[in-house]
Design a protein around this ligand. Structure first.
Ligand code: DGL
Length: 265
């Protein structure tokens, strides 16, 4: 089984990409909806929550763990790897950084994320490790999280918020040529974000790049499923009905509340 962990429903964008890339795999997804959001919390608290979620997922026969949450990936990956020493643990930051470095010609890259991810500077480190010439701007864009959860992903409000965050960066003459969506929720707002930055900017969706990275890792480790029909088990730490309602949009398929198992960490 492949474990996927997020602070809530946002990681379903990563799960959707994983399921498309790996249709024969069995997934167990844990959304820590009782303690969402992680993006505004201290690194110490996020590490503690992430280790508890990891502990819950370790009850399943995991061959790989994906930290779908950017904030948790940014601050807790080393601690989780230490806890799960025998299984590959993959976060969303490194694949996103790799794709951004490969895509950028000018070396000007922007990352939008939660406050916690920006503060943790993990994208900066991962990008600079690959390309010392990069000029990186990392910007918190917390309103996008609320908009995505409320389903306000297109139209004048979403576009106004996208312009509010992105115009100061992308209206400038030496603007970035690459934008990393460094938060699980942001792919939901891709149209508004695209309208604000224009057609020339490469947008890196870390859900897609992570899914490809997981596929490569499993194949190289000889752990990929040989065939058969994949499956999905959904766990949440609070409000399964809300998880199902909002999660349906993120996963782009209907989720029934009874499909979501309530778990306590
Ligand atoms: N999943 C979080 C992330 O990708 C966004 C939501 C939250 O703040 O918990 O950073």
């Amino acid at each position: 089984m492949i474990g996927v962990f997020d602070s809530g429903v946002g990681g379903l964008t990563v799960l959707e990409a994983l399921a498309a890339e790996l249709p024969c795999e069995h997934f167990v997804y844990l959304g820590d909806t009782a303690r969402l959001p992680y993006g505004t919390k201290s690194a110490e608290t996020v590490v503690r929550y992430a280790l508890q979620a990891t502990g819950a997922l370790m009850q399943y026969p995991l061959k790989c763990l994906v930290i779908a949450c950017n904030t948790a990936s940014a601050v807790s990956l080393p601690a989780i790897r230490e806890r799960m020493a025998n299984v590959p643990v993959i976060g969303v930051i490194e694949p996103g950084a790799e794709a951004a470095c490969a895509a950028s010609r000018s070396g000007r890259i922007a990352v939008i994320a939660t406050e916690g991810t920006v503060r943790g500077a993990a994208y900066e480190e991962a990008i600079r490790r690959r390309r010392a010439d990069v000029r990186l701007t990392a910007l918190p864009a917390p309103l996008f999280v609320a908009l995505a959860e409320e389903g306000v992903c297109e139209g004048p409000i979403a576009e106004a918020v996208a312009h509010h965050y992105l115009d100061p960066l992308f209206a400038a003459p030496r603007r970035p040529d690459t934008l990393v969506l460094g938060c699980t929720h942001f792919p939901m707002l891709i149209q508004a974000i695209r309208a604000a930055v224009g057609a020339q900017v490469t947008i890196v969706d870390s859900a897609q790049t992570t899914a490809r990275h997981v596929r490569r890792t499993l194949r190289e480790a000889g752990l990929a499923a040989a065939g058969g029909q994949g499956s999905l088990r959904l766990l949440a730490t609070d409000a399964p009905q809300r998880f199902a309602r909002i999660g349906s949009r993120f996963l782009e398929r209907p989720i029934e509340a009874h499909e979501v198992e309530l778990v306590d960490l």
